[in-house]
Design a protein around this ligand. Sequence first.
Ligand code: MN
Length: 231
Amino acid sequence: MMLFEACPPTLAQTTGGDDYPVRRIFCIGRNYAAHAREMGKDPERDPPFFFTKWAETLVPSGSTIAYPSQTGNFHYEAELVVAIGKAGRDIPVVQALDHVYGYATGLDMTRRDLQLVAREQGRPWDTGKNVEQSSPIGPIHPASEIGHPAKGAIRLTVNGHVKQDADLADLIWPVADVIAYISLFYRLEPGDLIYTGTPAGVGAVVEGDVIVVTIDGLEPTEVTVGAPVRD
Ligand code: MN
């Protein structure tokens, strides 16, 4: 017998109105040089690195996300999100884009204070990054319709003020490289999402702030920061 009701799959939406069941969330760190520098790191020749979040941290654009517990420095990070559509391990860079279902705008919301303490102490980033409701996402555009965006503006506003303004061409590790790299460690599967990293200009939000992420050619992600989480 089933002891309790199983957790239903987390669903993202496509622009065509289909459900995209989310399996795992991978997030690339320091993938724009100017952001790496603002975080006090040299971006030049470090290999890529990534961390993971639970699928259940995903929330759709339009959500109000509760201000999380145990932080006084809750940060936005605007990101291009890649949705995997075809499984593979040890994927060559030249074939990597064949594994993409589509692309979306998204946010990698972060308890920056906890992340930085963990970073400096050499501890895992889970409490800083794997935060409830911390992975907002817009509708996924199928690559069959829009191709594979390699350039174009990526911007974030808070209450209408521009905070992040960069170009996808500034990615240190482009989408194909990121897919190839992650697939060295994990067999990528349909339903896996990759948040590809954020440009410079990260900062804190407070209750009532409205965050909007836009990327040329993609539907935006918009979320409101709500009251502190209680239950
Ligand atoms: Mn990020």
